[in-house]
Write a protein that binds this ligand. Structure first.
Ligand SMILES: [Zn+2]
Length: 116
């Protein structure tokens, strides 16, 4: 399912990739890192990516999304651990440790296939 949030991010990302792509060569893979605070669904982002790159020079490039986890900090016992979801209980019994996450959205790497 396409969502507006992911779609606008995919559009901005596609513009950024096309600025970085060399004139000779084809972009085959795009690696990005996304902080959990962005609330992105990787699957929705990949579908949006296919839609916005369709018919452009970077069409067919695979988008690899590295979704960073939340960091949960318990103020009762002091434990800190990564979690894919923000609201979890601590094993010490504290029902509401504090979730924190980054809001980064970084273009990490482009894989280019040289044209011969
Ligand atoms: Zn705890």
């Amino acid at each position: 399912m396409l969502r507006v949030h992911e779609f606008s991010i995919a559009e901005a990302l596609a513009a950024q990739v096309q600025r970085h792509a060399p004139a000779a060569g084809r972009v085959t893979e795009v690696d990005i890192t996304v902080g959990a605070l962005r609330g992105l669904e990787p699957e929705a982002l990949r579908m949006s990516w296919e839609a916005v790159t369709h018919g452009t020079p970077i069409a067919g490039a695979t988008l690899n999304v590295d979704l960073r986890p939340w960091t949960i900090t318990c103020s009762t016992c002091g434990r800190t651990w990564p979690s894919p979801v923000p609201f979890v209980a601590c094993e010490c019994g504290d029902p509401s440790p504090v979730p924190t996450a980054g809001d980064e959205l970084d273009l990490v790497a482009l894989t280019i296939e040289e044209e011969s």
